[in-house]
Design a protein. Structure first.
Length: 221
């Protein structure tokens, strides 16, 4: 399963099952005006509009049967079926999504384990601290958060040294990423650095951000 995260209001499941017209409509909307996609949109009706910063979460299987890449179950889909399924969401739309995350199925052992992950309270503390840092960073502007940085702000707050710049250039070329993806990598890397309480973007932050951009290139083969 793949999960995609960007700025908009809601959660959308099985994104590759949208009609192509719905996908294109989402692509055309202004970055400052986000539409609430729900059953009305899937039925072809014009959705309501909401103004302001939102986060839109999408999830989808990588093929119609849901087993492509599964280590234990064989995919039953023909290559042509997979291509038609994925063509419902355009590459330019995926470019506008900030974070792509692959979520492999958990094994029974993993489901039964009593080992706990990082407590939600600890995560919340780190997030609140990072948001405080961002509010201070943009106190003289209306930006408010890294995700809404302008080009000038990206250049100012997401500076990379020469070695990191070369690393990002290499990733852009190897993954054939767009200029839009370039900006998103820098914004996400800046946020990862904020969560780590780091003043500057370092290699681990940049590499993690690049990882979150690779899904759209890897699955569309």
């Amino acid at each position: 399963m793949s999960t995609l995260v960007t700025f908009a209001p809601s959660f959308l499941a099985t994104s590759f099952c949208w009609r192509p017209s719905s996908s294109l409509r989402f692509r055309r909307w202004s970055p400052k005006v986000f539409n609430s996609l729900g059953n009305a949109e899937l039925a072809g009706f014009r959705p309501r509009r909401v103004i302001g910063p939102h986060r839109d979460k999408k999830a989808t299987n990588e093929c119609p049967c849901g087993y492509l890449g599964d280590p234990k179950r064989e995919c039953r889909c023909a290559p042509s079926q997979i291509q038609r399924y994925r063509n419902r969401v355009s590459g330019p739309l995926l470019d506008r999504i900030d974070i792509h995350v692959e979520a492999p199925a958990l094994s029974l052992t993993e489901l039964r384990t009593e080992k706990t992950a990082e407590p939600s309270t600890d995560i919340r503390t780190r997030v609140e601290t990072a948001r405080t840092v961002q509010r201070e960073r943009f106190r003289d502007s209306r930006t408010g958060a890294n995700a809404r940085m302008t080009q000038a702000q990206i250049k100012r707050h997401c500076h990379l040294d020469s070695s990191l710049g070369d690393l990002l250039q290499q990733a852009m070329e190897q993954l054939s990423l767009s200029a839009r993806a370039y900006d998103r990598i820098l914004k996400v890397a800046r946020t990862i650095a904020d969560l780590a309480a780091a003043e500057k973007i370092a290699a681990p932050h940049l590499l993690e951000a690049i990882q979150y951009r690779s899904l759209d290139r890897n699955v569309f083969y």
